[in-house]
Write a protein that binds this ligand. Structure first.
Ligand code: UDP
Length: 241
């Protein structure tokens, strides 16, 4: 039997924002960046970690942006959810190319494109060792994929919700604007809420707080960091109760 290193987290929900998939393009899906993220996930699967992913849609469409121009918010959010389905299909394709068995489960039924989310389908795919890519967020307008990620993390009984961002953790202020910003190694869900730190939507923070699921905030730009953190190394901020 091959030796498997000790794992700090064995069952994780990975939130990948739509913006993470666009690379330097400014819009849409960059195949190279998507392939790199798929490779990080593949490396985690090889270690024996059960991984599911919630993808955002901000690289293509955000309902709230349309609503700000006076258009109907619900229709905008439906369009935003469709954007997440496109991203999920792109990520699934990249995972397949990386040799990882993967499926897309969408909160909104579109059976010609992918499977529809159900707890049973989720459990079956995870038990089979497949990577599940969740599409269409929660399936409801007025929500975001951050909250979708928190919800799916609860449903899959994740050890942690990994939130890949532009920076290597949570700071007291925006490190790109404030040179005195300090980085937290550990912080509580309650402190995030009290201090109004913009890590994830408040609904996502409260959901994970109630379910006692840690949030791990790390940089998506650091190649291989995901796997390092799964093994208890690497740079990140851990949010726990
Ligand atoms: N969305 C929604 N309900 C959900 C999740 C997403 O209506 O449960 C819509 C919403 O319009 C949102 C868009 O999908 O702006 C894209 O998701 P999000 O902004 O969370 O993507 P990210 O910022 O992670 O790329």
């Amino acid at each position: 039997m091959t030796h498997k290193p000790d794992l700090k987290f064995k069952r994780v929900l990975f939130k990948v924002s739509g913006e993470a998939l666009m690379g330097d393009q400014g819009f849409g899906i960059d195949p190279k960046t998507t392939a790199r993220i798929a490779q990080d996930i593949s490396n985690a699967v090889k270690l024996g970690v059960r991984v599911a992913v919630v993808v955002g849609g901000g690289n293509i469409f955000r309902g709230v942006a349309l609503a700000a121009k006076g258009a109907d918010r619900v229709t905008g959010d439906h369009m935003g959810m469709l954007a997440t389905v496109m991203n999920a299909m792109a990520l699934k394709m990249a995972l397949t190319e990386a040799g990882v068995k993967a499926c897309v489960l969408s909160a909104i039924a579109m059976p010609e494109f992918c499977e529809t989310f159900s707890q049973r389908a989720l459990d079956q795919h995870l038990d089979a060792g497949n990577v599940v890519v969740f599409a269409a967020g929660t399936g409801n307008p007025y929500f975001t994929t951050d909250t979708g990620a928190a919800l799916r993390a609860c449903e899959m009984k994740a050890d942690a919700l990994f939130k890949g961002t532009q920076v290597d953790g949570i700071y007291s202020a925006d490190p790109k604007k404030d040179p005195n910003a300090t980085r937290y190694e550990n912080i509580t869900h309650a402190q995030i809420i009290e201090q109004g730190l913009e890590v994830m939507d408040l609904s996502a923070v409260t959901l994970t707080k109630d379910a006692n699921i840690p949030i791990v905030v790390f940089s998506l730009h650091q190649k291989g960091e995901f796997v390092k953190i799964l093994q208890g190394e690497g740079r990140c901020t851990i949010v726990s109760n």
